[in-house]
Design a protein around this ligand. Structure first.
Ligand SMILES: *Cc1c(COP(=O)(O)O)cnc(C)c1O
Length: 432
């Protein structure tokens, strides 16, 4: 049995201590004392840095799988709980910890746990907070792989899963069962950018002893902090805006010490850990997150106006439009002024003998600059046809439930000049 296995086993058998990971994590080598009231942008640039004796100004990358001890007694102390500290990078790594601390500070959470991808964070959530016989109640509009994970794997392990219209508060309340343990949603959602009433859901969860888990990938802490609105756990696909330049995969959970300790144990035991290099990319990405999100949102607001006024577009799904049913709710929930995110869905009318799918494909294929890719949250604008890509694996019923029509296009508005983005979309829309 390897040392790391012994370590895992010891900790599994031990009663969970709130600060098992690192008792001093809040102030150990922090570049910033977060008890002082710093603004968000200061936190984004400085929180969580682990500066070594070399005195490096920028954050270092610790590419090491393991760590050495000063003596046999020192090694033993790391395993018997007398000392905390790094023993193996599947458990902890200084670069990963810097990212976790910075993200936790931005989300106003006690702690974050980084994972290898966004799906890794969602799997960790399931393994940490659900067991056979429990009920997972989820929004009907979710990232396609999240629905796949819930339907194909959680169901296989005996977790009951059901979905409700994410904007319908009454439907949420009616769908709660005695065995409901987690309510799960995205706000804004994928791919229709629908908004959930997080304050309402938080009250519903508290009254019924349910955890509220919110995928904050589309908003990011620059726009919205779900924990401040009453959520228990925030999920991130860091792959998207936290990096913002489409370079690496990663994910995270954020919440209180107890919930994060449970998530941490799953990540460590299951090997869902983030690589140090990726953590470093995300740490640097967080420094410019707010500035990038401001620019993304400005561009998106203008693109949405253009689409809403185009005769060949039947519907634009974007809460930034003043006639969107969730416009007021989004304005209340998002703390960034005029920030509604930069991802939208729009439906193309069937015209000129083309059915709605062919019309949507025509618009996509007519672009010259925008990238045809299923990624999103990138500096580059991306365009996708969800029904035949991201949501293709769902059954037609599940697709309809998620509101993914054949004419639907998902657009992730990037940081190019907005005039160029609009010109590129107009090519196909004008020639339908
Ligand atoms: C991409 C995405 C995920 C999954 O993240 P990966 O990093 O690709 O595993 C989860 N939720 C949302 C909303 C996403 O957009």
């Amino acid at each position: 049995m390897s040392q790391s296995q012994i370590h895992d086993e010891k900790n599994l058998n031990e009663p969970k201590k709130a600060n098992q990971l690192d008792p001093n994590w809040r102030n150990d080598a922090l570049d910033l004392d977060l008890d002082l009231d710093y603004g968000m942008q200061t936190v984004a640039v400085r929180a969580g840095q682990h500066r070594t004796d070399e005195g490096e100004h920028s954050e270092a990358i610790f590419t090491t799988s393991s760590y050495v001890y000063t003596s046999a007694a020192d090694a033993a102390a790391h395993f018997n709980g007398e000392k905390t500290g790094n023993v193996y990078s599947r458990h902890t790594n200084p670069s990963v910890r810097t990212f976790e601390r910075r993200l936790a500070a931005l989300e106003n959470g006690e702690r974050a746990v980084a994972t290898a991808s966004g799906m890794g964070a969602i799997l960790t959530m399931c393994l940490a907070y659900l067991k056979a016989g429990d009920h997972l109640l989820a929004a009907n509009q979710l990232f396609g792989s999240s629905i796949g994970l819930f339907n194909n794997y959680m169901a296989k392990f005996g977790v009951e899963v059901s979905y409700v219209d994410c904007f319908d508060n009454e439907a949420w309340a009616n769908a709660v069962q005695p065995n409901t343990k987690v309510i799960y949603c995205e706000s804004p959602s994928n791919p229709l950018a629908q908004i959930c009433d997080l304050g309402y859901l938080s009250q519903l969860c508290k009254a019924n002893d349910i955890l509220l888990v919110v995928d904050n990938c589309f908003a990011t802490p620059a726009l919205q902090r779900p924990l401040d609105l009453g959520a228990d756990v925030v999920i991130h696909s860091a792959t998207k805006y936290l990096d913002g330049q489409g370079r690496v995969l990663g994910g995270a959970l954020v919440g209180n010490d107890k919930l994060m300790q449970e998530a941490f144990t799953v990540v460590r035991s299951g090997g869902i850990s983030m690589s140090p290099f990726n953590a470093w990319v995300f740490t640097k990405g967080l420094e410019t997150l707010k500035l990038r999100m401001q620019a993304h949102c400005n561009n998106a607001n203008q693109v949405a106006e253009f689409l809403a006024n185009h005769p060949n577009v039947s519907t634009v799904h974007f809460s930034g439009l003043s006639d969107h049913p969730a416009h007021e709710l989004a304005t209340r929930q998002h703390h960034m002024k005029d920030g509604y995110g930069a991802i939208m869905g729009f439906e193309v009318k069937s015209s000129g003998g083309l059915d709605s799918k062919s019309a949507a494909w025509h618009v996509i294929d007519s672009t010259q600059m925008v990238s045809i890719t299923n990624n999103l949250g990138d500096a580059k604008t991306t365009i996708t046809h969800p029904a035949t890509t991201t949501h293709f694996r769902l059954t037609p019923e599940a697709r309809a439930e998620a509101g993914v029509e054949d004419g639907l296009i998902r657009l992730s508005v990037g940081l190019e000049d907005v005039e160029d983005i609009i010109k590129d979309l107009a090519r196909g829309l004008d020639s339908l």
